[in-house]
Design a protein around this ligand. Sequence first.
Ligand code: SF4
Length: 341
Amino acid sequence: MDNTKALVLFSGGLDSTLAVKLLVEQGIEVVGITFTTPFTNPSIEGAKELNIPLKIIHLGEEYLEIVKLPKYGYGKNMNPCIDCKIFMLKRAKEYMAQVGAEFIATGEVLGERPKSQKKDALWIIERDSDLKGLLLRPLSAKLLPATIAEEKGWVNREKLLNIQGRSRKPQMALAKEFGITTYETPAGGCLLTDPIFSRKLKDLFTCLKDDTSLNDIQLLTIGRHFRLSPTTKIIVGRNDEENKKLLEFQVLNLQVLNLLAQVDDILFKVVNFPGPITILRGKGGKVTQEHLELTARLTARYSKAKEEDMVAVEYWGATTPGKKILSVSPIKDSELVSIRI
Ligand code: SF4
């Protein structure tokens, strides 16, 4: 069959790059598809180097739902890899029809990841994404049942591979052979595989449950986080760039997301000394005088005034006019332990 077209799930990582190469080498026309999520931002550079068209799909709220409650559970951290792949493949299947591709391929390698790439997991992914026989894994194809593309001779199974396991040596050797030098790290920098980010996300889901918004999640990527109550937390900027972003968050809430009904951020800054921007976020406006004082003390602790006895800290809200000042003692490190997330 001439001009066989394949849609390849492309993350910019080595495995999906090799999957593309293996198909292109067979004369198959490849179209790439990649997904950005609140937790990933895959590189598109690799697709340019491979000279393939790349469709980018942005996933937001609907993706968040599967992260909150994945049918097949989480991996080592908050990564719901099986559900994530099913979700992306379902979207890819819709696009497959649009571009007239005959099948979908991925860079999955049998046994490379403990949960999502075991044989039964690969089978579940194929079944639940409604792609039976249409999902080719070129790197491990010889260890898996033949797909329609192989049976019909669109793809030569003999030229596909039998890689399995966690060692990446075979892929590295192949990359060398193909002259591939640029690719992303495994998992494409997915924040859901990061233990520190996962701890903060778990705290958010536990406390806010269904009220967790994309804005709450974006905020997890910035600063030090402290929990005061299920609906109240503090975020302290760690450097100038984060301070700037925290200032923007308040404006963002007001102007773009219109989240004021749920979120009223109060910002804090030490007067007369360099120091961080701190956000006190109380969902539903549930902020007490005690919360205000604690946040001011934290802000003082992370400022250049941390050795002072008393420090003036100003604070202001998006809905309250003008700034107010609290005079507080910087919080002691021993007091931080119980509230740090
Ligand atoms: S590592 Fe992240 S992006 Fe990749 S499959 Fe798992 S959850 Fe999805």
